[in-house]
Design a protein around this ligand. Structure first.
Ligand code: SF4
Length: 360
């Protein structure tokens, strides 16, 4: 293996902890080069996820990069050239670039931006996602937003106090929230963030409050949820892992907030007494507390709250029922609605609001 291949193998392996697609799947690009890539990310097929620097001077207790003693790094020139080679061969369709903060944060952030600039100057017109490091300057965030399709800064957890439990260097308000506000101004509608669920023992109620605030103030286009995994040698090595289902429930809850116009206050009703979601679709929990709705009369707002009906399904129902009322489950199936999920929560009334409750 050449030196560059060794770097690529090591720095793509280290880059796998940044999530850029729900349910993403890390695969080896080729058995010979051991390059990791992420499937289903960014809509670009194979996404190369890689770090510029494989070590970090920060102390985040959940992170393996802080432990690396061997200082493997790409220069911007090396990484841009290596990526372009893979892209021109058709092996990858996009780049997600992050980095450990091996030295001064400004130097590393500048290197991230420079890598993006080299790629664009050399004709790369594919998907480019650049990570904004905590504490990055406004000028570097501006430049990252100029060359990238998407930029992101990780929240990691929910509050200054929670971050203080797992990271001693980063300042939540200054290094993360303030920078996230700049990110939102520089790349409105095209910025994301990530929460490491369970790393700081936060409750789902705390995550919900945090996201409600973030959606209100900076409107991230996506929030990614990584279930905490303990890593040997880190201060959290004996901390219990977060079950994968908890992150999955967060993706479902987040869809409700973003795409279904469910308010944070509504969603709070799906939390248990201890402030955690049970291992069940939050939409089903909320629907169980409501009366069934009439598929022929319900406004879009109510249809969207029925399990099995999404934004497209609700629009289809509204269009179809103008032509002919729904009379039974077969009409739902014809409209592409998952009858089993929706049936318990729908009625097919004519004049009466509750006439035929399905038992599918
Ligand atoms: S800043 Fe923290 S999370 Fe990011 S690479 Fe460094 S130690 Fe890891």
């Amino acid at each position: 293996m050449s030196v560059l291949e060794q770097k690529l193998a090591s720095l793509t392996a280290a880059g796998r902890f940044d999530i850029c697609s729900p349910g993403e799947c890390i695969r080896l690009l080729s058995a010979s080069t051991h390059i990791n890539y992420s499937r289903r990310a960014g809509g670009c097929g194979r996404m190369l996820k890689v770090l510029l620097h494989g070590t970090c001077s920060y102390d985040c207790a959940y992170c393996s990069v802080r432990l690396q003693r061997e200082h493997l790094s790409f220069t911007p020139e090396e990484l841009a050239g290596t990526f372009l080679g893979l892209w021109q061969e058709g092996l990858v369709g996009g780049l997600f670039l992050s980095s450990g903060i091996a030295r001064d944060v400004d130097i590393v952030m500048h290197d991230i931006v420079e890598t993006g600039e080299i790629l664009r100057q050399r004709g790369y017109d594919g998907y480019l996602h650049l990570k904004v490091l905590p504490g990055a300057t406004r000028a570097d965030i501006h430049d990252a937003a100029r060359v990238a399709d998407r930029i992101s800064i990780n929240l990691e957890t929910t509050s200054p106090d929670r971050l203080g439990c797992i990271a001693g260097v980063k300042d939540y308000r200054q290094d993360i929230l303030k920078r996230q506000a700049w990110v939102a101004e520089e790349k409105p509608g095209h910025h994301t963030t990530q929460v490491v669920v369970g790393a700081a023992d936060e409750t789902d109620a705390e995550i919900l409050s945090c996201l409600a605030d973030r959606y209100r103030r900076v409107r991230p286009s996506r929030v990614y949820f990584a279930a905490f995994r303990s890593l040997p040698g880190t201060p959290l090595a004996t901390h219990p892992d977060t079950p994968a289902w908890r992150a999955r429930r967060w993706y479902q809850a987040d869809y409700l907030l973003r795409d279904y116009a469910v308010t944070p206050d509504e969603l709070r009703a799906a939390l248990g007494e201890e402030g955690f979601f049970p291992n069940r679709d939050p939409k089903e929990i909320l629907a169980d507390g409501r009366m069934p709705v009439n598929v022929n009369r319900a406004p879009r707002h109510d249809l969207l709250r029925v399990p099995g009906i999404g934004p497209k399904g609700a629009d289809r129902i509204i269009a179809l029922r103008r032509v002919r009322p729904f009379t039974g489950p077969a009409d739902l199936v014809r409209a592409g609605i998952r009858g089993k999920a929706a049936g318990r929560h729908l009625t097919f009334g004519g004049r009466e609001t509750v006439q035929t409750r399905l038992a599918l």
